[in-house]
Design a protein around this ligand. Structure first.
Ligand code: AMP
Length: 301
């Protein structure tokens, strides 16, 4: 495994390694969820590149950029053990040199949910992912369902800008009590860690009524809100029951029965953001083609 810090070095090293490439973009502080993406990339490509870059343009002025957890040595040890071929670990100056002024803006799907709470976040995400795609030149890129809106934004960008890359979405890995794995879980103290699975419980409560045929958006949202509000250590940012493609909220009127929903291919995304002590946690369940998504999904160019 080689670790490269500049675009020139990365391209030169990659050019000497022929074969199909899979890319796993990350911000480091790797956990089992990240590693599941790397394993999937290893299985489906001749060679794998992992980027580790805490991207400043996707953090708001009052967010945790400076405090974002980092442990490069440990990350490199983990990636080495998975036999990753190349690690791209640039500095902010390499990615955004002086006079940098080009950004990628995906319009409608970035305005709601995380985009409403974190203005500019997806402009930063789309920009850095477009740059990584251009720098690495992989055949396939791997993302986690954990960041559901990010997967929608990136798929939209790839389609709209005709990027020659397949996007593979991998399932969310969870702790034994249902808490979605996240680098930010490290901010949880013991008391808040015990409270954090409330997101998973809320999603399951909505899933249960959904499975009994409920399609009223208000009812699904109020069930999730009720579970979150029952946990005194949790502070709700938003809950959402939305169309999985447009990310527009499901309306309160009775929607078509499940069979029809499946037939039209209209997925439903249940999602939420909740502050549990210090960290702001996100989680989601995705219902598509008549079932809850549990495996990986490939979107071909
Ligand atoms: P991050 O380092 O947070 O930017 O995450 C890098 C990639 O790992 C993103 O595509 C995330 O969606 C994915 N990821 C993060 N947490 C998980 C998880 N618990 N399960 C699966 N993938 C994840």
């Amino acid at each position: 495994m080689q670790t490269l810090n500049t675009i020139e070095e990365f391209r030169k090293t990659k050019a000497a390694l022929p074969g199909s490439w899979g890319l796993v973009p990350t911000m480091g502080y790797l956990h089992t969820g990240h590693l599941s993406l790397v394993k999937r990339a290893k299985a489906e490509n001749d060679l794998v590149a992992v980027s580790i870059f805490v991207n400043p343009t996707q953090f708001g002025p009052n967010e945790d950029l400076a405090a974002y957890p980092r442990d490069l040595d440990q990350d490199l040890r983990l990636l080495e053990s998975l036999e990753v071929d190349l690690v791209f670990n640039p500095t902010p100056e390499v990615m955004y040199p002086p006079n940098y002024q080009t950004y990628v803006t995906v319009e409608h799907v970035t305005k709601v949910l995380e985009g409403a709470s974190r203005p500019g976040h997806f402009r930063g995400v789309a920009t850095v992912v477009a740059k990584l795609f251009n720098i690495v030149g992989a055949e396939r890129a791997y993302f986690g369902q954990k960041d559901a809106q990010q997967t929608v934004v990136i798929r939209r960008m790839v389609k709209d800008l005709n990027m020659p890359i397949d996007i593979i979405i991998c399932p969310t890995l969870r702790e034994a009590d249902g808490l979605a794995m996240s680098s930010r879980n490290t901010y949880l103290d013991a008391e808040h860690r015990r409270a954090a699975p409330v997101l998973y419980r809320a999603l399951n409560a909505a899933k249960e009524v959904f499975d009994r045929g409920e399609r009223d958006g208000d009812h699904l949202r109020s069930i999730m809100r009720g579970v979150i509000e029952s946990e005194p250590l949790a502070k709700l940012d938003y809950v959402s029951a939305a169309n999985a493609t447009t990310l527009q909220e499901l309306d309160p009127h009775p929607a078509p029965p499940p069979s029809q929903t499946a037939a039209t291919g209209e997925g439903v995304l249940l999602s939420m953001a909740v502050r549990v002590g210090k960290p702001r946690l996100i989680d989601n369940f995705l219902y598509e083609n008549g079932q809850w998504l549990t495996g990986e999904v490939a979107y071909h160019r």
